[in-house]
Design a protein around this ligand. Structure first.
Ligand SMILES: Nc1ncnc2c1ncn2[C@@H]1O[C@H](COP(=O)(O)OP(=O)(O)OP(=O)(O)O)[C@@H](O)[C@H]1O
Ligand SMILES: [Mg+2]
Length: 324
């Protein structure tokens, strides 16, 4: 039954009124991997996850999870998956342990096995010390880890994680990443949605980029980053009159044409050798007497991926710019 893929979706369609949340969405997730589903707000990530986890019906196309048809075998699919939603499902009043024991009983584990499984999961997700404290006092990262643990009660074959680290501080984010890596090492396949290229890059062996309900790219993290052009150098000049000169200087060290944000007096471009590029550009600008407000290197963002793949920025960043 298994063809090496834990998830396969072809031509998925989902409409909400006039809105096409999914519009011919394709996906193939290899067994035993973390697969990243990367896209901006409203791209259709949660809709895809909800269809694949049988929570909503598809309007067209077909999908299998663990070799089972999500529309015709939804009950069997449900027995093999775990789901952590975009918003935490744990109860604030209960302790971490009580939450997990409750989920265990919900899955008909029986009191004894539910207790045992809760203890195992608390250890696996590094929550043993906090196990008997109320969840209301947990940090964001601890709460997400408890959420992950809750979705792992039955050790599912496929786990759907919908933006597991959105809103977390960098340290908590790192903790959740560590937990996801452990899950996959124990044999679970993970489909993880995210708005962060960095997160998909760190965790996933394959990334599907989704925009307006369609997959617009499907690649390895390195393949995707190569298309985007890797690290970027960014220069903000003090005077508008200097933008053209800054473009010339940056162009000498960059792969491809530099881009400019006139309104922010910003020039940026992809560079191969980041440190050399930075020192070169800083020195040359100084020699030429260009006043620099800011200069630095940064990793490519989801926005860079979008600009490259679609020719437009993500809507979120457009809104931010319009508001600025
Ligand atoms: N229940 C619903 N009723 C009406 N429209 C919906 C519903 N669910 C989603 N949509 C719309 O479908 C599109 C895709 O939404 P979805 O929640 O799948 O995006 P997303 O990629 O998960 O976004 P986010 O990053 O903000 O979570 C959006 O335009 C959204 O407004
Ligand atoms: Mg969502």
């Amino acid at each position: 039954m298994s063809d090496g893929y834990a998830v396969r979706a072809e031509g998925l369609q989902k409409r909400y009124g006039e809105k096409r949340a999914l519009d011919g969405f394709d996906l193939a997730v290899r067994e035993g991997t973390v697969h990243g589903l990367l896209g901006p707000n409203g791209a259709g990530k949660t809709t895809a996850v909800r269809i694949l986890s049988t929570l909503v019906r598809l309007d067209g196309g077909q999908a299998t999870v663990a070799g089972l048809d999500v529309a015709r075998q939804s009950r069997e699919v449900r027995a093999r998956i775990g789901l952590t939603g975009q918003y935490a499902a744990v109860d604030e009043v209960l302790t971490g342990r009580q939450n997990l024991e409750m989920f265990g009983r919900l899955f008909h584990l029986g009191g004894k096995r539910a207790k045992l499984r809760a203890a195992e999961l608390l250890a696996q997700f590094d929550l043993t010390d906090a196990a008997d404290k109320g969840v209301g006092g947990y940090s964001g990262g601890m709460r997400r880890r408890l959420d992950l643990a809750a979705s792992m009660i039955l050790a599912p074959a496929v786990l759907f994680l919908d933006e597991p680290t959105t809103g977390l501080d960098p340290r908590s984010r790192g903790e959740v990443w560590e937990s996801v890596r452990e899950l996959v090492a124990s044999g679970t396949t993970v489909l993880l949605t995210t708005q962060y290229l960095e997160e998909a890059d760190k965790l996933a062996s394959h990334i599907t980029v989704i925009d307006q309900g369609r997959a617009i790219a499907d690649d390895t993290p390195d393949g995707l980053k190569n298309r985007v052009g890797g690290d970027r150098i960014e220069v903000v000049v003090a005077e508008r009159a200097d933008i053209a000169r800054a473009v010339k200087v940056v162009a000498r060290v960059s792969d491809g044409e530099p881009e400019t944000d006139e309104s922010e007096l910003r020039v940026h471009a992809a560079v191969a050798d980041r440190v050399t590029a930075l020192t070169d550009v800083a020195r040359t600008l100084q020699d030429e007497g260009v006043r620099v407000e800011d200069i630095g290197l940064r990793r490519p963002s989801l926005d860079d991926v979008f600009l490259r793949l679609t020719g437009h920025r993500t809507e979120t960043s457009q809104t931010k710019e319009a508001a600025a």
